[in-house]
Design a protein around this ligand. Structure first.
Ligand SMILES: Cc1cc2nc3c(=O)[nH]c(=O)nc-3n(C[C@H](O)[C@H](O)[C@H](O)COP(=O)(O)OP(=O)(O)OC[C@H]3O[C@@H](n4cnc5c(N)ncnc54)[C@H](O)[C@@H]3O)c2cc1C
Length: 113
């Protein structure tokens, strides 16, 4: 049987928006059960890329291990969200497992094409 875990808040995307939102919510209510769904091993400080282009920073300066920017009280789920089932307050992850939530925040950024 496919497992389904439940959290107060599920945030899809551990970029600037997802991490900042989680940190802000936890600051106000430390007991919140927040899960962040994020497959990437590294977080990128994108505004720094302007400085890389200008020759001020080296590119690695803008890269941090994802684990170092995740709020400690949040649960990091190292997978991509695959599909959403909002009628059931549920989403399905890339491995087929499911996550239930009371509140969903979707912040997967944009894909540059
Ligand atoms: C060159 C450059 C310069 C910029 N300069 C500035 C500036 O000076 N000031 C400013 O305010 N802003 C600036 N920005 C914009 C700012 O960096 C972005 O608005 C911000 O990083 C967006 O954050 P985000 O969390 O929405 O997306 P991102 O930081 O891109 O994060 C999205 C995350 O979602 C994850 N994700 C994607 N798909 C899935 C999925 N299916 N399931 C789970 N996770 C998923 C990705 O792995 C990623 O970690 C700049 C951007 C660039 C590119």
């Amino acid at each position: 049987m496919t497992r389904s875990l439940s959290h107060d808040v599920v945030i899809v995307g551990g970029g600037a928006a997802g991490i900042a939102t989680a940190a802000s919510m936890l600051k106000r209510r430390p007991s919140l059960d927040i899960a962040i769904v994020e497959p990437a091993e590294y977080h990128y400080y994108q505004p720094g890329w302007t400085m890389v282009g200008a020759g001020v920073f080296e590119a690695p300066v803008t890269q941090r291990p994802m684990a170092s920017v995740m709020p400690k009280q949040a649960r990091w789920i190292r997978q991509a969200a695959a599909t959403f089932q909002p009628e059931q307050n549920r989403l399905t992850l890339a491995d087929g497992s499911m996550l239930d939530y009371k509140l969903l925040i979707v912040a997967p950024g944009i894909r540059l094409a």
